[in-house]
Design a protein around this ligand. Structure first.
Ligand code: ADP
Ligand code: MG
Length: 245
């Protein structure tokens, strides 16, 4: 689904991303890991269109999307998890997901109808998938943090993404909630054949839920493989996990 070749980006003298190549298949979860400043977010921003690569190509399902604007890349089915902002916090969980579905429908069919007139069933079905149907009527602003993250996932899924980009999706969550959110993401991705690329600091989450790992160090690829392979790699242990672990 995603094929990245020779991606490069410099900021002034800083080579933030040097020659990164990766592939993610539909239904597969690839974790991009590495110390702070390794170039993970810069990679994400080149994939979602926020940054133009200095060199390299990004292909989505065979189509070259390198350097296209974010909105076009989103329309082609690259989803991201966004934090629900204060404005949307006053809307109910259901309304937030209905808004996202409406936006997706406009993308596909050019429709515009008031949210309240929309059939709630599709939004409720999505909320059911993330385990939030029972809280559909509550304002997003009063939700527990982990529940809010589930709603954000439902909103990302409303766009029917083929590739989901998640940059630190579990930041700020308690360890048990992190594992639960990524378990849910993995289940949905596998059921729906969505390719997922995510960054994550919690190694329990990474080693439990990623199918493959790519380790970046100072912008360059250090190691790649299944979790057990990467965990056993001495270079990774030294640079990333700390040689004492
Ligand atoms: P990570 O997400 O792995 O922590 P980043 O991609 O955010 O790493 O950063 C990689 C490197 O690029 C760092 O040295 C960072 O300071 C630099 N960098 C990132 N974004 C910018 C920017 N907009 N301008 C200048 N330097 C940047
Ligand atoms: Mg980052």
């Amino acid at each position: 689904m995603l094929e990245v070749q020779g991606l490069q980006k410099s900021f002034g003298g800083v080579r933030a991303v040097r020659d990164v190549s990766l592939r993610v298949a539909g239904g597969e979860l690839l974790a991009l890991i590495g110390p702070n400043g390794a170039g993970k977010s810069t990679c994400f921003n080149m994939l979602n269109g926020q940054l133009r690569p200095d060199a390299g190509t990004v292909r989505l399902d065979g189509r070259d999307i390198t350097g296209l604007p974010p909105r076009v890349i989103w329309r082609l089915g690259v989803g991201r998890t966004f934090q629900i902002t204060a404005t949307f916090g006053s809307l109910s969980v259901l309304e937030n997901v209905q808004m996202a579905l409406l936006s997706h429908a406009r993308r596909l069919f050019g429709l515009w109808r008031p949210v309240a007139a929309e059939d709630p069933a599709p939004a409720l079905a999505l909320l059911d998938r993330v385990g939030m149907a029972a809280q559909a009527a509550r304002p997003c602003g009063v939700l527990a943090y982990g529940d809010l993250k589930r709603v954000e996932l439902a909103i990302a899924l409303a766009n029917a993404p083929r590739l989901l980009l998640m940059d630190e999706p579990t930041a700020g969550m308690a360890p048990a909630e992190r594992v639960a959110l990524m378990a849910l993401t993995a289940t949905i991705a596998r059921q729906s054949g969505i390719a997922v690329l995510f960054t994550e600091h919690d190694m329990d989450v990474v080693f439990t839920h990623a199918d493959r790992l790519l380790v970046l160090d100072r912008g360059a690829m250090l190691a790649e493989g299944r979790p057990d392979e990467v965990r056993a790699d001495p270079r990774v242990r030294e640079v990333y996990l700390g040689s004492s672990h």
